[in-house]
Design a binder for this molecule. Sequence first.
Ligand SMILES: N=c1c2ncn([C@@H]3O[C@H](COP(=O)(O)OP(=O)(O)OP(=O)(O)O)[C@@H](O)[C@H]3O)c2ncn1[C@@H]1O[C@H](COP(=O)(O)O)[C@@H](O)[C@H]1O
Length: 97
Amino acid sequence: MKIDELYQIIADRKAAPQEGSYTNYLFDKGEDKILKKVGEEAMEVLLAAKGEGDQRLIEEVSDLTYHLLVLLASRGITPADIGAELEKRHQPRPPQA
Ligand SMILES: N=c1c2ncn([C@@H]3O[C@H](COP(=O)(O)OP(=O)(O)OP(=O)(O)O)[C@@H](O)[C@H]3O)c2ncn1[C@@H]1O[C@H](COP(=O)(O)O)[C@@H](O)[C@H]1O
């Protein structure tokens, strides 16, 4: 799944809450809960990277990505906003001789 597609699902949950949605559970709990999850998932990324293997790392980065997108959506920030910021930082380098 593309990041933009997942973000759109999350934004749709915000606009139209659904019974049993984990995303809506997070929105209902509020920003402190979302931030706590982001912190926990970030720590799990570190632990996975330090010896749990590439598949675990992929899973934990996916968990972190999802929770970061929930945080952004809760603030009305889009992946395009992040892309624009990264684009501003981008400094193309001349090809090496
Ligand atoms: N990508 C994800 C995704 N990644 C992780 N998670 C959930 O994140 C939670 C993290 O697990 P934890 O054990 O850390 O937390 P927990 O004990 O379940 O919950 P807490 O009590 O700690 O909050 C799990 O419940 C996972 O299901 C996700 N939940 C949803 N999505 C995507 O969001 C879409 C919408 O989901 P719903 O909002 O549930 O409809 C889905 O189609 C998916 O594409």
